[in-house]
Design a binder for this molecule. Structure first.
Ligand SMILES: [Mg+2]
Length: 352
């Protein structure tokens, strides 16, 4: 973000009703000042945060910097008719933290770039930034800068996250070997079920516990940061990936990066309970293809299995399930009662 030298701190307070004020009334500097004040003072490792031409971050001794970026575009990744501004802010950071988690990296800083229509309300701006900052604080991904621009149409939220990892402890997609087992954290298909519920405009009061949890999964994905870091640090896995586009896609990505084949066992896949209630879709398909669960998948060798499971027990309230195995050759298959079939490609995104 550009330095708010010309902005007066008072601009933060000048808005009497954020719901009726639009962001163009505050202007770029007023908005940046608003974000800076919300952010508070950065921690010691951040030499210079929001407010200069660039941020300055002290390198962590003996660590590699791990950097990732991702964008959420209105109409592609979310629809404002059923996704609130706070959820958009949370999610934009969470999807990046999920990538850091998959690498075994600890978040340190983040950059937020927003392209917003000029009639976006100040209340929605505040909610988006608050959703972002709450997660940033909880996960140590200090907001150190970014950019603000007007969009002629859709809301666009781009985030860059920066983390640190020990050089020999970085997890990649490329380490899976024949004989390794494939594990996933949590349950799958919940986010897709949640999106389906929101899209159908169902009244929250009518939802059961599983459905409420599914909506929460969609709106507020929880990157498995602690889990990725502990598994990486203890050397419990050969490869890892986060589940942004479903287990089917993740298995393929591991297969291609590692140069091995992969077989998923359909009966083993931990399907979120709300996925059963989504009409017209096989729950297993939702779990494999729905995406946006942001769980982690690990390739684990037999030799490291007990080390891996011990690491998972240290991650808190997280379960892992063995859902498949890696084999010689290349190719991705799904085993079900109906036999072994090629894992389908061209996964449809259950988004927007
Ligand atoms: Mg990823």
């Amino acid at each position: 973000m550009r330095p708010p030298h010309t902005a007066k701190r008072g601009s933060f307070l000048r808005v009497s009703d954020p719901r009726t004020h639009s962001i163009d009334q505050l202007g770029e500097h007023g908005l940046i000042d608003r974000v800076r004040i919300k952010s508070g003072l950065p921690p010691a490792g951040i030499v210079l945060g929001i407010g200069d031409d660039a941020a300055v971050i002290a390198s962590e001794r003996g660590a590699h910097d791990v950097v990732t970026t991702d964008s959420l575009i209105e109409g592609v990744h979310f629809n404002r008719a059923w996704t609130g501004a706070r959820a958009i802010g949370h999610k934009a950071l969470a999807v990046n933290l999920s990538d850091l988690a998959a690498m075994g990296a600890t978040p340190r800083a983040s950059l937020l770039s927003l392209a917003l229509p000029k009639h976006f309300s100040v209340a929605d701006f505040d909610a988006l930034v608050d959703g972002y900052l709450d997660l940033a604080r909880a996960e140590g991904a200090t907001l150190v800068g970014g950019n603000l621009t007007m969009s002629p149409g859709p809301v666009m939220v781009s985030v860059t996250a920066i983390g640190a990892a020990r050089p020999r402890r970085v997890l990649t997609r490329a380490g899976a070997r024949p004989g390794d087992e494939l594990y996933v954290t949590g349950t799958l298909g919940g986010a897709a079920a949640g999106l389906s519920i929101l899209r159908n405009g169902r009244d929250r009061a009518s939802l059961n516990q599983a459905e409420l949890d599914a909506v929460d999964r969609y709106e507020r994905p929880l990157a498995r940061g602690r889990c990725g870091r502990i598994v990486a640090k203890t050397g419990g896995a050969n490869a890892a990936i986060d589940l942004s586009d479903g287990l089917g896609d993740a298995a393929r990505q591991l297969m291609q990066a590692s140069g091995v084949g992969v077989i998923l066992e359909g009966v083993m896949v931990p399907v979120h309970p709300a996925a059963q209630g989504v009409g017209g879709v096989n729950p297993l398909d939702l779990a494999l293809c729905g995406g946006e669960d942001y769980e982690l998948a690990f390739a684990v060798s037999a030799r490291r299995r007990s080390r891996f499971l011990a690491a998972i027990r240290r991650c808190g309230d997280i379960n892992v399930t063995r859902v498949g195995r890696f084999v010689e050759g290349t190719g991705a298959w799904l085993e079900t009662d109906a036999g072994r079939h090629v894992l389908p490609t061209g996964f449809e995104h259950f988004t927007a």
